[in-house]
Design a protein around this ligand. Structure first.
Ligand code: ATP
Ligand code: MG
Length: 464
């Protein structure tokens, strides 16, 4: 993309309404614009990041064998009356009436809708296990929407639902989700720690929240500092292998890590030596639940088991805060100049800065590099505006692309360009070929073909 043809409305001033870094930076970098309280338009740069996060979520869900679909945002109140949640949900639910006086609502979550789909089409244990999910906008009329997209009223969420014959099978689905979530967050450059949590209005007491540690987080958390040393890495877990998935859950939940809802000071002191006890703040970026037959029983979502008996299915639901993650990633990765995107989610892979726009040699070199970068399967953002170098650098630093190539007449005379790492600030003078080789290497773990290939081999459909 050439910046002169893009829409990147960066702000010079720091917006006064933003209290935390991610909100400030998203506004300044022209990623979002508030439409009304807790509701945002996603401007082109923000939209690209949102889609990248969504894509990783899809890829990892599909890798785990879960099946994507799409349910609507507006739902019929009748379904929620069946589960008993229409009255229970309270003021957070946005209720609307259509022209025929029918009660509708903007879905805050989808347990009822998916259970209705399930009961209409599935009747036998032979169709299980089944996990369906979608990524869709949700609405919760939060009392205090704040921190930009972190606590919106309208927000984008992945929610998945497993249907299983037995509790044991549903626990395996739970473990599968835990494993896939660990992979998902790490691909976004985040460490999200599973912590024992409480069910809330979804219900169920078997649940973990995933938290990204950050001073600006809204949750209070207590944990054993050893847990921050754990990494999922690039393990290749077979999601059908119950023991392998259970082992990952055991490993990642063995140490004390709880939100304040479930925190127990006595247990904390008994289990964790003082030097390792931590109390901190965290951002909830996901949650997994097993809730048994809470929805399947009242809504009649049953299957015929192998013994011919009809039984309600065991269910769980599993959410990832896709739009909140954009803010959470920035909270975890920024400096005083701006955002520092992890390679996995960056809106453009490399910034290209022409120090002397209009200089025939510099323009030609930039055009060539642009083509070569695209040839590598990467997307450059080329600042081709006729602006001073300082202004161009400031914009690149603000929008936070992990790598920047700087091209100027002086370097070109010596056959070199500059490659700068946003995170460390380190700059190398390299030949264009070497710079391109380095970019190719850095991005190879994030390359689409490599990501999709293993799924195709395992005979899963791909999302793309
Ligand atoms: P919270 O405790 O932060 O209100 P929740 O526990 O009610 O969230 P869940 O029902 O677990 O939310 O939804 C799954 C995920 O959706 C959460 O882990 C979070 O990342 C995201 N999410 C929930 N509410 C919001 C919101 N108002 N704005 C943005 N993301 C949200
Ligand atoms: Mg939650």
């Amino acid at each position: 993309m050439r910046l002169s043809r893009y829409f990147l409305p960066v702000l010079k001033e720091t917006p006064s309404e933003a209290q935390i870094a991610s909100h400030r930076l998203m506004l300044r970098a022209g990623m979002i614009k508030q439409a009304s309280a807790g509701i945002y338009s996603w401007l082109p740069l923000g939209y690209k990041v949102l889609r990248n996060i969504e894509r990783i979520v899809h890829e990892e869900q599909v890798r785990a064998g879960h099946i994507p679909m799409l349910m609507p945002t507006l739902q019929s109140a009748d379904l929620w009356r069946e589960s008993g949640r229409y009255e229970d949900y309270g003021a957070e639910m946005l209720r609307v009436t259509d022209r025929h006086e029918r009660d509708m609502l903007y879905g805050p979550t989808n347990e009822e809708l998916i259970t209705d789909i399930f009961r209409s089409h599935v009747g036998s244990y032979k169709d299980l296990p089944l996990t369906l999910y979608h990524v869709q906008w949700k609405f919760r009329d939060e009392v205090r929407p704040r921190f930009g997209v972190m606590r919106g009223r309208e927000f984008y969420m992945k929610d998945g639902y497993n249907f299983d014959l037995t509790e044991a099978a549903a626990k395996h689905a739970y473990n599968r989700h835990l494993v896939s979530y660990l992979r998902t967050y790490e691909r976004m450059g985040l460490q999200a720690i599973p912590m024992k949590a409480e069910g809330g209005p979804i219900g169920g007491d078997y649940t973990h929240e995933f938290l990204v540690l950050a001073d600006t987080g809204e949750s209070e958390v207590y944990y054993d500092s050893e847990i921050t040393d754990l990494r999922f890495g690039d393990r290749d877990i077979d999601y059908d292998d119950e023991n392998a998935c259970q082992a990952v859950l055991d490993e990642f939940t063995a140490r004390y890590a709880r939100t304040d809802d479930t925190h127990d000071e006595t247990v904390f002191h008994d289990r964790v030596p003082e030097a390792r006890r931590r109390r901190a703040r965290g951002i909830e970026v996901g949650q997994i639940f097993y809730f048994g037959t809470k929805y399947s029983e009242p809504m009649g979502a049953t299957v015929q088991g192998p013994d011919g008996k009809t039984v309600p299915v065991h269910m769980g639901s599993h959410g990832i805060g896709v739009s909140r993650l954009v803010g959470a990633i920035i909270e975890a990765s920024h400096d005083d100049k701006g955002i520092v995107w992890p390679e996995g989610v960056t809106p453009f892979h490399v910034g290209l800065v022409n120090l002397k726009q209009g200089d025939a040699e510099a323009d030609k070199a930039c055009d060539g590099l642009y083509r070569d970068i695209v040839e590598l399967g990467l997307e450059p953002l080329y600042d081709d505006r006729d602006e001073r170098a300082g202004g161009k650098f400031a914009t690149m630093d603000l929008v936070g692309l992990p790598w920047r190539i700087t091209v100027g007449p002086r370097g070109l005379r010596n056959g070199v360009i500059e490659l700068t790492c946003r995170r460390t600030g380190a700059t190398e003078e390299l030949s264009p070929e070497k710079a391109l080789a380095k970019l190719a290497a850095v991005y190879s773990p994030h390359h689409p073909v490599k990501r999709v290939e293993p799924m195709a081999k395992r005979s899963f459909h791909t999302w793309l």
